[in-house]
Design a binder for this molecule. Structure first.
Ligand code: SF4
Length: 64
């Protein structure tokens, strides 16, 4: 699975990047840039927490 971000609903809280900096970093405006590759197995639990923690549910895991 990998992350996708809805740029319309994302409000740039940065919570996602704080929780999972291995996969998500922030641009100069505080919006997330996600690693387009599959989330490593060892980070999947935290990746699911990121999904739930986003205040606007803008970041989702998708299965290709
Ligand atoms: S936590 Fe959600 S709203 Fe905040 S930057 Fe990440 S995706 Fe956007």
């Amino acid at each position: 699975v990998r992350f996708v971000v809805n740029p319309i609903t994302c409000e740039g809280h940065g919570m996602c990047a704080e929780l999972l900096p291995e996969v998500i970093r922030l641009d100069d405006w505080g919006y997330p840039i996600v690693d387009p590759r599959a989330v490593p197995i060892g980070l999947l639990d935290m990746a699911r927490k990121v999904e739930l923690a986003c205040p606007t549910l803008a970041i989702r895991l998708v299965d290709d």
